[in-house]
Design a binder for this molecule. Structure first.
Ligand code: 13P
Ligand code: SF4
Length: 360
């Protein structure tokens, strides 16, 4: 089933009271020279990224990494970073790394006053929904997502009107407005279990038509779709996977479920970014190909010695907006605060908490 698609803008912050800068104040820009102290403090981090960052580049990165790590303490801030962040962020400054589900859960657990979300806007919004009392910052407000932009809250209301009684599950890759209109949220880690949790024969899983189709292939529940797609994963084709297998017959191929079903059918395993990482760490294949965003293989390679990564991949332009320099500026200037209308946040929280409470 295909339903007409409309475009929605990436959520813009709603001004309320004092800005984060007014509440916290601006800090002086630190000295960013590569001193012996910086070299020593960052040496253990370099060990984790030396497979991907040449030694000649380290003096340019290390002072910013060191400064961010000091600033986090000064600001009582935690950095939640998605698995698609570049290795300098993932291994250098992140306190917590994970897939969308893990990051959402960690947002509820942290004691820090400030969350710097290194990922895309819907992830920062999810943290704000779950921790409304915290200050949530994103290093680049323009870091969107083609899935989140494919549907609005008004679209969901119209969908419900046309299909009364059918539960509507929203993938976490949506705006707070959309979550507020849905019955429950899901991520790629738990979509199948959330679909089956209703005990009915038909549900909507919006907005990713490929995730919905991949889940539909694993269950007797009829999974109805919205016409959204991830611009990164929809570019992979089953034909290219077959071609890679001809060149590398021993390769294990693992794919993200945002890929088209025919791509998933060609893969040896499909799962969320965290499940893909776990799969490689557990199975330790000789050669592996991760059919997803490029930073995944870069990040996990240092933790899986002996595994050879064949690296066809697609970059997510939105995730790649997040850089070390922007994280530094965010912590110094307390800018790019994510604000969600409290009434919308309350309704969206119900959908996200229902998912978390399923404990899948
Ligand atoms: P995960 O929940 O698997 O990390 O996926 C998030 C995402 O945006 C993948 O494109
Ligand atoms: Fe969105 Fe796809 Fe980028 Fe993930 S990879 S943030 S789903 S555009």
């Amino acid at each position: 089933m295909t339903i007409a698609q409309t475009k929605a803008p990436v959520g813009a912050p709603i001004a309320a009271g004092l800005t984060a800068l007014e509440r916290f104040g601006k800090l002086e820009r630190p000295d960013l020279r590569y001193t012996p102290e910086v070299a020593e403090a960052t040496a253990p981090i370099y060990e984790k990224v030396k497979h991907i960052i040449p030694a000649i580049e380290w003096p340019a990165l290390a002072p910013t990494i060191h400064a961010i790590n000091k600033l986090k303490k000064q600001r009582n801030a935690v950095i939640l970073a998605h698995n698609y962040m570049t290795p300098d962020i993932y291994h250098g400054v992140a306190d917590i790394v994970g897939d969308s589900l893990q990051l959402a859960i960690e947002a509820t657990r942290t004691d820090a006053e400030v969350i710097v979300q290194c990922g895309v806007h819907f992830m920062a919004e999810t943290s704000k929904i779950l921790s409304p009392e915290k200050t949530v910052l994103i290093p680049d407000m323009r870091a969107g997502c083609s899935l989140a932009e494919s549907i609005t809250g008004a679209d969901v209301r119209a969908l419900r009107e046309r299909n009364p009684g059918i539960p509507i599950i929203t993938y976490v890759n949506t705006s707070a407005d959309v979550k507020a209109e849905c019955d429950i949220c899901c991520t790629s880690s738990n979509a199948l279990q959330v679909v089956e949790s209703f005990g009915v024969d038909k549900v909507f899983l919006i907005p990713d038509k490929y995730l919905a189709a991949n889940v539909g292939n694993k269950t007797d529940v009829e999974v109805l779709v919205w016409d959204g797609a991830c611009e990164v994963h929809e570019r992979f084709t089953a034909e290219e996977l077959r071609d890679y297998r001809k060149i590398e017959p021993n390769v294990k191929i693992i794919a993200h479920p945002e890929c088209p079903p025919e791509v998933v059918a060609e893969a040896d395993f499909a799962g969320s970014t965290a499940h893909m990482i776990d799969w490689v760490k557990t199975k330790r294949p000789e050669k592996v190909m991760m059919i997803t965003e490029c930073s995944m293989a870069d990040n996990v390679a240092s933790e899986t010695p002996g595994v050879d990564y064949i690296r066809p991949c697609n970059l997510c332009p939105h995730m790649k907006r997040i850089t070390l320099n922007k994280i530094l500026d965010t912590l110094l200037e307390m800018k790019e605060e994510v604000v969600v209308d409290p009434a919308v946040a309350d309704r969206a929280r119900t959908a996200v908490e229902r998912m978390i409470n399923l404990k899948i």
